[in-house]
Ligand binder design. Structure first.
Ligand SMILES: Nc1ncnc2c1ncn2[C@@H]1O[C@H](COP(=O)(O)OP(=O)(O)OP(=O)(O)O)[C@@H](O)[C@H]1O
Length: 295
């Protein structure tokens, strides 16, 4: 496992979501977190998997992932040679050549009852994801390509957590309704400002005032777009770099301004497709300097 599981802070905002997800997984139903980039889907999946106290298998979705990777495939051959020269005048050589079966990631997980995190599963082709239809419905992993085994029954503790970005994201495929129908689909949105500040503070050690400056500012930029970009990841980057490099988090500090521009311009530019980068950067700096509206 990566250290993503250790990074997740289960602040109160997440408590109901965590307990509901655990309930569904423990009663044998797969959970699917979907939402925009950077809202914490993967970190949450790792955190929940850890609570289940089972071995964890992680599958990363991508367009080249195939059933061969998931269930297994033949790869090369194994050779065995027996040379019998016991009687000096007789030389006997026996050779056995067998195709070598490479077991796929899912097989062990299904047999031993792992928690499988299938991260960004909509980046895999629908034909690859078909295998999960029978796995989730009949709790049997169909294995073909290998003459010996045809189906592996699921261990009772086997369960799955899926994550995905919405379909309009580049590089995702339309998911089969039949697969979505087998999942408990939970939308994850950006947490509220106070929660985001608390997470960033705990992760980086910056002060409450500094966290407020970053999160309020990034939130003002979000209002120009769909509300979720720039993500919490961007706010965390700014906080983390500023803290590690001792850059004063202050709107008038030139180094801090440059850091914010470097992290944020790429995310804000798409909201203004007709504007030059320079104009977008001016707007970002204006928002950086702006006082928060009194609430
Ligand atoms: N509750 C949290 N505690 C600690 N860190 C968090 C929390 N939520 C999100 N993060 C941090 O926010 C960033 C984005 O999280 P994560 O990668 O889980 O998001 P995601 O929704 O899976 O994004 P993507 O769709 O781009 O993969 C990471 O740096 C992660 O550690």
């Amino acid at each position: 496992m990566t250290n993503q599981q250790d990074e997740f802070l289960a602040v109160p905002f997440y408590h109901p979501l965590v307990s509901r997800s655990l309930l569904y997984l423990r009663t044998g139903f797969p959970v699917h977190f979907t939402g925009p980039s950077g809202v914490g889907k993967t970190s949450l999946a790792f955190y929940i998997a850890k609570q289940l106290d089972r071995p964890v298998t992680v599958i990363r979705g991508h367009h080249e992932l195939s059933n061969k990777d998931l269930i297994g495939h033949y790869m090369g051959v194994s050779k065995k040679e027996v040379i019998d020269n016991y009687v000096h005048s007789v030389y006997k050589k026996e050779q056995e050549v067998r195709p070598l079966w490479m077991q796929g990631q899912l097989v062990e997980a299904v047999k031993k009852g792992h928690v499988v995190i299938y991260d960004e599963f909509t980046r895999s082709r629908p034909e690859t994801n078909n295998i999960f239809l029978s796995l989730l419905e009949e709790r049997v992993l169909p294995v073909y390509g290998n003459e010996k085994v045809t189906a592996i029954p699921c261990h009772p503790d086997f369960c799955m957590i899926f994550t995905s970005n919405p379909e309009e994201y580049a590089g995702t495929f339309h998911t089969q309704d039949a697969l979505i129908d087998r999942l408990i689909n939970i939308s994850l949105d950006l947490c509220d400002e106070q929660t985001e500040m608390a997470i960033i503070r705990k992760k980086t050690g910056i002060t409450e005032k500094e966290a407020g400056l970053i999160v309020h500012f990034v939130n003002r930029l979000r209002a120009y777009g769909n509300g979720s970009s720039p993500s919490m990841r961007a706010a965390f980057m700014i906080a983390s770099i500023a803290e590690k490099a001792s850059i004063k988090i202050h709107p008038k500090n030139h180094l801090y301004q440059q850091l914010c521009l470097d992290v944020l311009t790429h995310h804000v530019q798409p909201f203004f497709p007709d504007e030059e980068e320079e104009t977008v950067q001016e707007l970002i700096l204006q928002e950086l300097q702006r006082e928060d509206e009194p609430k």
